[in-house]
Design a binder for this molecule. Structure first.
Ligand SMILES: NC(=O)c1ccc[n+]([C@@H]2O[C@H](COP(=O)([O-])OP(=O)(O)OC[C@H]3O[C@@H](n4cnc5c(N)ncnc54)[C@H](OP(=O)(O)O)[C@@H]3O)[C@@H](O)[C@H]2O)c1
Length: 155
């Protein structure tokens, strides 16, 4: 069975972006993102793909409502179910944003890898609420300016 993991960097106020880019520059977190997702398929929204492009070593499965959308280096899906079917049987698929796609994927996710950034930036795009009744923190690492928490779905 494919495990669906969501990975995100989230401000103290829930903000993850302004619709175009990320509100911070955290090189260590970008390196963490790269080593964590490397070799695994990634599912993302069309806007997030527009902001980061195709990344080497990982399939980019892009969800869009546009019937004819196509981009070199991307595979196109029109729903979360289609994106997961495209990912195929694999040990782990990463949902990498943005706000719309995290909401769409939340019911499918078994694990959340959240970098809690100690900032409250301006921005219209947020991560969905992590309901403590549904998600249990299983691991926490504190760093200067951010903490990394793994949440697992309570069964
Ligand atoms: N902090 C983080 O970890 C992180 C990670 C990723 C992204 N971000 C930020 O998040 C922001 C982008 O997020 P966003 O919410 O604006 O956009 P998004 O989730 O990346 O993409 C939204 C697009 O996905 C498609 N879509 C959404 N729901 C769909 C559905 N049910 N069926 C088919 N297609 C659907 C639509 O594409 P079409 O318009 O083509 O139909 C929609 O415009 C940026 O600021 C980015 O930097 C932050």
């Amino acid at each position: 069975m494919t495990n669906v993991t969501m990975i995100a960097a989230v401000g103290d106020n829930g903000v993850i972006g302004d619709g175009v880019s990320m509100p911070w520059h955290l090189p260590e977190d970008l390196r963490y993102f790269k080593r964590t997702t490397m070799g695994h398929p990634m599912i993302m929204g069309r806007r997030t793909f527009d902001s980061m492009g195709a990344l080497p070593g990982r399939r980019s499965i892009v969800i869009t409502s546009q019937p004819a959308w196509w981009h070199a280096g991307a595979e196109t899906a029109h729903s979360m179910a289609e994106a997961l079917a495209l990912a195929g049987p694999t040990d782990e698929v990463f949902v990498v944003g943005g706000g719309q796609i995290y909401r769409l994927a939340m019911p499918y996710a078994a694990r959340l890898l959240i970098t809690h950034v100690a900032q409250s930036p301006q921005g219209s795009v947020t991560f969905p609420k992590i309901d403590p009744g549904e998600w249990a923190p299983s691991n926490r690492e504190d760093h200067e300016g951010f903490s990394r928490v793994t949440y697992v779905r309570r069964r």
